[in-house]
Design a protein around this ligand. Sequence first.
Ligand code: 4AD
Ligand code: MG
Length: 465
Amino acid sequence: MIRTLISDALKRSDFGADVNIKGWVRTRRGNKNVSFIALNDGSIIHNIQVVVDNEKFGDEFLKPITTGACISVIGKLVESQGKGQNVEIQADKIEIYGTADPETYPLQKKGHTLEFLRDIAHLRPRTNTFGAIFRMRHHMSMAIHNFFHERGFFYFHTPIITGSDCEGAGNMFQVTTMNLYDLKKDENGSIKYDNDFFGKQTSLTVSGQLEGELAAMALGAIYTFGPTFRAENSNTPRHLAEFWMIEPEVAFYEIAENMQLAQDFIQHCVRWALNNCQDDLKFLNEMYDKELIDRLNFVVDNDFVRLTYTEGVKILTEAVANGVKFEFPIDWGTDLQSEHERYLVEKHFKKPVILTDYPKEIKSFYMKQNDDGKTVRAMDVLFPKIGEIIGGSQREEDYDKLKQRAKEMNVPEKDIWWYLDTRRFGTAPHSGFGLGFERLMLFVTGMSNIRDVIPFPRTPHNAEF
Ligand code: 4AD
Ligand code: MG
């Protein structure tokens, strides 16, 4: 018999039909005569209720059907008499695929803390919370591909292993096949990479942007969507060592069009969540964040504020003068801290904010320099509860200016000669940005720790599973 997904079975009303359902037992309760098994197969947050005539199967047979066990049930689809569901199954045949010893299966009761569930990340997808989050992760991925595909962007695959540091921040994970117990060094004590796998020093990518730009200079509009690695030792609820980033890059776009693309993109994804993830969103709204759905609707319906860094600093300085306390000082030239970003978004404007034209010293070498000689055409999209969700810019298309800035910022020309070449051959204005997928996931799920929106988080001192 062909298996029916619970998501499909719950929609049916052809009562009397035989169906085969397979899934994991959430609970079994009942009395001497009848058992009720709540079965979940991951296709939807809801369980289907299996009604079992105890006499028909025998207590010995039913005993191992406990929370966590996996079973297959053949039975009749019937209209439910009980509250909470329309459809249930009257069991004719049950096959037990795998039991789960109640003494050792960790997911016995509801209401485990998120911290506890992180320690059992191999089992947490079986909870309502993580089922909802990981289904939404899938839907958000689809939303992203849909958005760009519909607009004629090409999905472009950039390398994971790279010899250049796009962000110039030096927080890369090195990739090597060298014997770390026996490193060969030259007369200056520097490690010799000639015999390493690639014959040079390589790392895991911190961004696909540089290669993405090469593609935009040929295909017009591209996006990447792939794993990204940063060895920053920041143990915060918003940083991962391995995360997923989406990076569109568009030829002929200036900063204003880039900002509009960023707004349209996020709004599309959030609208997609509202339209495609209703059950899961309702659950998360109820359990974790009563304002979640309202907040999502608000973002879809309202334009993001556009503001320069200089104006932002002015607002923050005035706030401090009026008695607002921040942990970190504000002054023009230093990077904004998360607390500052969130003040602008949550307290001052009460809207997402796109901050532009940052001081060049705190931004990457590739950003287009403004005529003031002090700022670059950067843009960060700042979100409620999250802080920075997108970082991007218009790119410097002038060969000499770009080369000069790379030199000033100690980006070795030998690592990026190919990138500089795009400015020698048919250069053009262009722009792009990077969206941290897990930051978007934080926003659409209402979760507050980034470790809870990726299946197997990698953070300092944690690479279990
Ligand atoms: O602002 P970032 O560093 O920008 C870039 O990497 C550019 N090359 C993007 C581009 O213009 N194509 O990172 C972009 C976004 C951030 O806004 C944030 O959402 C996310 O990536 N991000 C992280 N997410 C989780 N954990 C981390 N450690 C992250 N670092 C950045
Ligand atoms: Mg950034």
